[in-house]
Write a protein that binds this ligand. Structure first.
Ligand code: ATP
Length: 247
């Protein structure tokens, strides 16, 4: 999915949160967003997904303004998968139902019945088998998500985000709290599949695995390019260098 952000300004509770943000993302591009806490990373994702409307500027996702109408927003969101730091899986239902529910907008009446009875509608069986294998979640599919470990929940959250083959994946600190091996694995899972991927992170090892890194500071873009390592840090974090990052 192509994304154009032109001269975006966002003010929340009378405070400027994003200022003059102009960025474009190509179809299939994979980009990490770095920056100190409060820099505006999550807000940037929320602007793209149509959850925060900028006071100034233009947002175009595949040529469509997500803020133009409810219909435009609904259509775009069907092509977008999201993974958040604290997963928002629905407690009390199984991992399988959580994954299937990501495409509930496509369900027919009999699909609702089938899922409510704990079955998998026939037309989703192959895809479910595919993501189950890819994300190694076979043993947890039938379990209510509150019984899963953090790493298992993370894998289910990624499987849910990719299940409907979204063309855009937005990952908000989706690897924080995972051990390095699991974080790398979760990132591989997100990068696999060719969707445009925009991932916020505080972890430099994660950022270094992206060909393009954008850094925000106080709501403005202060870095956009290939990340080479510690030399770029001061520009991104200023005097905060090292306080929140993993060297
Ligand atoms: N709904 C809101 N109302 C008022 N202020 C908000 C709101 N959402 C975010 N902010 C403020 O906007 C600023 C940027 O927040 P944002 O969550 O985008 O930062 P971030 O870079 O993602 O931070 P972190 O790395 O800690 O998640 C912060 O100062 C935050 O307090």
């Amino acid at each position: 999915m192509r994304i154009e952000l032109r001269d975006i300004h966002v003010t929340l509770a009378d405070r400027p949160v994003l200022t003059e943000v102009g960025l474009s993302f190509r179809e299939g591009e994979q980009v990490a967003i770095l920056g100190p806490s409060g820099a505006g990373k999550t807000t940037l994702l929320r602007v793209i997904v149509g959850a925060v409307a900028p006071q100034r500027g233009a947002v175009l996702v595949d040529g469509i303004d997500p803020h133009a109408s409810r219909a435009a927003l609904t259509m775009l969101r069907r092509s977008i998968g999201c993974v958040r730091q604290r997963d928002d899986l629905v407690r009390g239902v199984t991992a399988r139902t959580n994954i299937l529910a990501s495409v509930a907008y496509q369900w027919r009446l009999r699909d609702w019945g089938s899922v409510l009875l704990g079955n998998v509608p026939r037309r989703y069986r192959d895809r479910l088998a595919e993501v189950t294998m890819r994300y190694e979640i076979a043993e947890v599919l039938a379990a209510p998500v509150e019984r899963l470990s953090g790493g298992q929940r993370q894998r289910v959250a990624v499987a849910r985000a990719v299940f409907g083959r979204p063309r855009l994946l937005l990952a908000d600190e989706s690897t924080s709290g995972l051990d390095p091996v699991r974080a790398t694995r979760a990132l591989d899972d997100l990068q696999y599949g060719g969707a445009t991927l925009i991932a916020t992170t505080h972890d430099l090892r994660i950022a270094q695995r992206f060909p393009r890194v954008i850094a925000l500071r106080d709501g403005a873009v202060v870095f956009d390019g290939g990340f080479t390592g510690p030399a770029d840090l001061r520009r991104i974090y200023g005097d905060d260098t090292g306080t929140e990052t993993v060297a």
